[in-house]
Each structure stands twice: as C-alpha cells, then as structure tokens.
Design a protein around this ligand. Structure first.
Ligand code: NOJ
Length: 440
C-alpha cells in the first residue's frame, strides 16, 4: 500500500498560503505552494477541514460536508488542487469529522433524530465536554437537551441511527469521486456512546493525555470507546474501499487494536505526548511499533508545537526520530522550519487556547512572511528569524535536515528492533542501520 511508509504533511488551510489578500489561507494558495511539499519529498498531505463552518471550532464544526467554505475557494479550486497534487505525485487526504456536526448544519433542524438527545428535561448523566463543563446543553428552540462532546456548537451525531451511517457513507463517496486518496478521521473513539447513557465512573487512575477540567475526573467508559464503534468504522470502510483511513483515537496504544480492524492507521499519541526522555520515548514507541500500523506524529494543530515542546536544541533529533521509525509519519506544517508556539490572538479565536499553534507559515523574511499581501488573521511569529526561503539556501538548516531524512528513509529496510543503549539515548536498528537519538 502506498501509505505504509508514507510521509504525510499536515496543512492547516487558514495558515498555509493566502492567494487573494484577505489574510486567510486558501486552496489556490495551497496549490501555489505544492512545490514546497515536492521539495521536502513528502508523499501526501492532509488538509484540516475546508468545509463551510461557523468556526466555533475552526472547521471541526461542519455545516455542510460536501461543499467548500467560500473563504477557502470554490469546488473548482478544489478539483484543480487535486489535479495539481496528483500531477506532482502527491496524494491528498481530507479531514472527515463524523462524530459531530455544527449546530448550524441543516440536519440539526431537519433531522433531529440524527443527534443524541436527553430523555429527561436536563442532563441525563454526568458526561463532561472535552472543552470543559457539562456535555449536555439545552436547544433553545425545542427545549430539549442534546449531547456535545466538544463545544455546545458541535452536537454529537447518533451513530446508532442508520440514517447517520448512510449519510456519512455518502460524504465519503462524494469526496472519493472527486479524487481524494483518503481521510484523517476525527475523534474516532467518540463516535459511539453507551446506548443507555450511563454515568461515567470517577477516574481511578489519571488519563495519560491532556484533558480539560472535570473531564479528567471521570473514566470515560460509557461516553467513549464503545465496542460498537467497530460497526461504525466498518461502514466507513465499506464506503472508503481502499482509500486510506487514518484515525484520531485519543486513547493509549493498548486500546488501538479494536480501531485497526477497519482503519489502516491510527496516530501514535503516546509518542506525541512523551516527554523528551529516552526511557519514556522507548516506552511509547515499543508497543505502538508492535502494532505495525501506527502513524507516528509529534505535533498537530491541537497541542504545543514540536519546537516548543521538545526545545530548539532537540528539534533535529526529533525529526530524526519521527522519520526513521518504521511506518508512516505525519509532519505538521512549520515543524520543518522549527516554528514554535506563537502569541495567539487577543481576543482569542479558539476558546480552548489553540490559536498559538496555528500561526501562518513563514515562507520568506518579509514582515508578512510571504503568507499574505493583506492583514493576516493571525500574525506570523518571526519570519525574519526562520523562513522557508532562507533555510532552503542554507545546507545545514533544519529544513534541509528534514529533506535529507525524508530522502534517506526510502533506503531503510522495514526491520526494526530497539537496542539497549547508554542512558539518555534511544537506539534502534533498521536492518544494517543503527539510529541513536539523544534524549535527556
Ligand atoms: C480533534 C481535532 O483535531 C480538534 O481540532 C477538534 O477540536 C476536535 N477533534 C473536535 O472535532
């Protein structure tokens, strides 16, 4: 399969390249910058959501699954992007958001049965939203309470309703017919909830990944990760055929096998959240590598940027690790030039505080970083300090380090074995090659 050792580049469309001076990245802008991806040597790119959205969750609140938000361009621009990507040998993945819609999606009014409603006049249980507070809110119009695992503007779909299954299968087919090569599937472990809406018990041990507020106090045995999720995923697979499905399963590695029954890959979150310490990295990598089908990832648009998390002194080693582990690897735009977290925006756009991870790409040293000729929606952080143009012409730059690693990984045999190594180092064999990473 083409994706087995693929390097996939995550594009955050609002912040990649603006082509029309409105200060917001768009599809034509992405098409203009495809040669950057070719130059890096990646195989594919994933676009965070490009569908119409009221932006409560910056695209992850979708109000129409089969259209392009006008801020990003038109369907013709999308078709053109697919053509230009394929002409260059690049595959394109979209972000599929099956767990919830925007509250402004017409389904919420026209097909309320596609959502999860409280059987009582108030929250029927103690489930908490991922962004804080109760996971239940009243619908002002009907007075009934609906479930939202994320913002109240994102009502959860009911995957136990066959209509939801069929509708989402149609969405998958719609985009496959337009030429996409696969999907990153959002919040997969939250697609199906307990049919009886039972209370989550108090957490007995801490969840290993970041959780906001009271959600951390509960063990999500009923509000998430239900065995029936495999039926939902089987339905997505049936629609997707051989297209790549890579799942965002926000759970420890031990929970992944159920999801891999129908998904090709799942992100290796234990690695993403591992402190930069050799023993911790090894503990995260070994079980995930044993599954053979994880997508290695060190950052994305939701968590601290790589340079901020591991520190500038470790960004080269982090790139080496990401790109020499066996299997697919995902790079978040900007990591290849060492972009750190930015200051964000005042007042914040994202109520969960993620603006600082989403500042624009820095293509050149001009004050706008080459991102836009207009007023950027989020300011570039430090284009004179780091940008693609300068790093391309400097042989020892981080960007060229990424390019060399991506080229070199093609030569690595699939064999992989972690070796015992000196303290504060992580060593592994890939056939005849030994990789040693320093991680204090
Ligand atoms: C995960 C996405 O990556 C994140 O940005 C979003 O807020 C949630 N899922 C909800 O869709």
């Amino acid at each position: 399969m083409w994706w087995e050792n693929a390097v996939v580049y995550q594009i955050y469309p609002r912040s990649f390249q603006d082509s029309d001076g409105d200060g917001i990245g768009d599809l034509r802008g992405i098409a203009q910058r495809l040669d950057h991806l070719v130059d890096l040597g990646v195989d594919a790119f994933w676009l965070s959501p490009i569908y119409p959205s009221p932006l409560a969750d910056f695209g992850y609140d979708v109000s129409d699954y089969t259209a392009i938000d006008p801020v990003f361009g038109t369907m013709a621009d999308f078709d053109q992007l697919v053509r230009e990507a394929h002409d260059r040998g690049l595959k394109l993945l979209l972000d599929l958001v099956p767990s919830h819609t925007s509250i402004e999606h017409p389904w919420f009014r026209e097909h309320p049965d596609r959502y999860i409603w409280s059987p009582v006049d108030g929250p029927p249980n103690n489930w908490k939203s991922a962004f804080g507070g109760s996971a239940w809110s009243p619908d002002e119009r009907s007075g009934r309470w609906y479930l939202h695992t994320f913002y109240p503007e994102q009502p959860d779909l009911d995957w136990r309703n066959p209509e939801v299954v069929t509708a989402m299968q149609e969405v998958v087919r719609f985009w496959l017919d337009r030429g996409v090569d696969g999907f990153r599937v959002d919040a997969v472990n939250l697609m199906v909830k307990d049919a009886e809406l039972r209370n989550d018990p108090p957490a007995t041990e801490g969840f290993p990944f970041p959780l906001v507020g009271e959600r951390a106090e509960l063990d999500h045995v009923y509000s998430a990760n239900q065995p029936e999720v495999t039926h939902a995923l089987a339905a997505l697979r049936a629609a997707a055929g051989e297209a790549l499905l890579v799942g965002e399963v926000y759970l420890p590695t031990a929970e992944y096998p159920r999801y891999l029954e129908h998904l090709d890959l799942v992100f290796a979150f234990e690695l993403l959240f591992s402190p930069w310490k050799a023993a911790r990295l090894r503990a995260a990598i070994e079980p995930a590598a044993a599954l053979k089908r994880v997508a290695w990832v060190l950052s994305n648009h939701d968590f601290d940027r790589l340079a901020t998390r591991v520190g500038v002194e470790n960004v080269r080693a982090a790139a080496e690790l990401l790109l020499t582990l066996p299997g697919a690897a995902f790079i978040y735009q900007g990591d290849e030039i060492g972009l750190p977290n930015g200051p964000g925006h005042e007042p914040p756009y994202d109520r969960a505080g993620r603006d600082r991870l989403r500042h624009p790409m820095q293509w050149d040293a001009s004050p706008g970083g080459g991102f836009t000729t207009g007023e950027p929606w989020l300011k570039p952080i430090d284009p004179d300090e780091r940008n693609v143009e300068a790093q391309r012409s400097e042989p020892g730059s981080l960007l060229n380090h990424y390019r060399r690693l991506i080229a070199a990984r093609r030569e690595l045999p699939s064999a992989f074995r972690i070796l015992d190594s000196a303290p504060r180092t992580l060593s592994y064999e890939r056939g005849d090659h030994v990789v040693t990473i320093r991680a204090e």
